[in-house]
Design a protein around this ligand. Structure first.
Ligand code: AMP
Length: 420
């Protein structure tokens, strides 16, 4: 886990602010869920790989709890319990830190941050498409360039495995291997689960299908999955999503990979991840999960969502030489000429802050000249010097640090001056 120094913390908060702005524009209302939750809830559908990496402990009340490794389980719990009767479709946003005992490396840490958007109560392709458009708008607004969406459909793979009567547990293990691109190992597991030779070959052909010509690829997949009615139905859903994306004017790069799976076990439909050439790891990932709310005791509530890795996004922006620039604000240092003027310095600083101006008071008792050279070094835009003669007349000395000129002005005029 890392410490974030001021510049890093500011950059992270900037990404959060942008994520919030996108949430506002799309009508996703923020919810705040706890960092510590019941272990069983968090572990239920997180997938074997992530389950092993959870921070699990017993609290003083003897409950088995864990630090949240993702948001979806918590938000789904909320929807299944306290928001059951909230009208659907329901759009929710969450942002904050998550914890996984991953092997630390570039772009992978044990504490990381996500912005998470989920839409509940629609099983229609337009909900999936909204999440993709929202993702594109967020990435664009944050300044990311040349990113690619990798998409797939869990329903197609599970539809085939279901017809072969492969148990859900086994299917989950197969998905974990596919997530890691271990296609041969996944095929071996399928064979071990006594799938037919025909099914093994069909899956092997599917794993080969990837590319940008979406409409043609859908036709190719269709040829393979024809004998599997559930997989074919899932493909129809993928076709509808792609159609709507193209009709809706999607101008971002999309690569379809028929053998693509994700580690989280709750997915049932479309899945996707975002990549840039400069980094091997995904910057964000999401998909459709239509049965999680029911699993948590809620009514039938289809859902689709996306989680953006905020700190990883910052690394991608840095690689692209496009780190967000936190806007420079006017900063003022108020310097009393002598200690007797400190009280007046606080009064003036309070007038400035009330007007919304970032103001610091000299608190180290330095002479005016030393305080000014420090203000120079730290990039203050102005200094306000409080001398006894001036303040007796309701005036102060205002120094423009950049232009190195100063003038005597009325205290009352100060706020207007900075606004200008
Ligand atoms: P997931 O919840 O696994 O779908 O991850 C969604 C996104 O969270 C990923 O695409 C990453 O951007 C980010 N992420 C996941 N794990 C980590 C990690 N250990 N360190 C940094 N970012 C992560």
């Amino acid at each position: 886990m890392r410490d974030l120094l001021p510049e890093e913390a500011e950059a992270l908060r900037f990404t959060e602010q942008t994520a919030r702005e996108i949430a506002r524009l799309y009508g996703y209302r923020e919810v705040v869920t706890p960092i510590v939750e019941n272990y069983e809830l968090l572990a239920a559908k997180i997938g074997e790989e992530n389950r092993k990496r959870m921070y699990v402990f017993e609290d003083l009340g003897g409950r088995k709890v864990a630090l949240r490794p993702e948001f979806t389980a918590s938000v789904a719990r909320l929807v299944a319990t306290k928001m059951q009767s909230t009208p659907k479709p329901l759009r929710l946003f969450s942002v904050g830190s998550l914890y996984r005992y991953d092997e630390p490396q570039f772009g992978r840490h044990r504490e990381f941050w996500q912005a998470n958007y989920e839409i509940f109560g629609s099983k229609r392709p337009e909900a999936d498409v909204e999440i993709l458009f929202l993702t594109n708008d967020f990435l664009g607004k944050i300044g990311l360039k040349n990113y690619t969406f990798k998409i797939g459909h869990v329903g197609i793979l599970r539809g085939i495995l279901d017809r072969e009567k492969i148990a859900e547990e086994k299917q989950n293990s197969i998905m974990q291997l596919l997530d890691k691109k271990h296609w041969e190992d996944a095929t071996r597991l399928v064979k071990e689960a006594s799938a037919s030779q025909e099914c093994v070959e069909d899956l092997q052909s599917l794993f080969e299908i990837r590319g940008k010509n979406l409409e043609n690829l859908v036709v190719e997949i269709g040829e393979i999955v024809k004998p599997y009615p559930e997989a074919f139905e899932a493909l129809e859903n993928l076709r509808a999503i792609i159609d709507l994306l193209l009709k809706g004017g999607a101008d971002f790069e999309i690569v379809l990979e028929a053998g693509f799976a994700r580690g989280l076990e709750y997915y049932t439909g479309l899945i996707f991840e975002v990549y840039v050439r400069e980094m091997a790891q995904a910057l964000g990932g999401g998909g459709r999960y239509d049965r999680l709310i029911e699993l948590f005791g809620g009514g039938k509530t289809p859902a689709v969502g996306i989680a953006h890795g905020l700190d990883r996004l910052l690394l991608a922006l840095q690689k692209q030489g496009n780190l967000p620039k936190v806007p420079v604000t006017k900063r003022v240092l108020v310097i009393p000429v002598r200690d007797e003027m400190l009280g007046e310095a606080f009064k003036v600083s309070s007038i400035l802050r009330s007007a919304g101006i970032c103001t610091e008071v000299e608190v180290a008792g330095r002479s005016v000249s030393r305080a000014l050279s420090d203000a120079d070094r730290k990039g203050f835009t102005y200094a306000v010097i409080i001398g006894s003669k001036e303040i007796a007349e309701g005036k102060v000395v205002l120094r423009d640090m950049e232009r190195r000129i100063q003038e005597v002005i009325d205290v009352d005029e100060l706020p207007a001056r900075f606004k200008a």
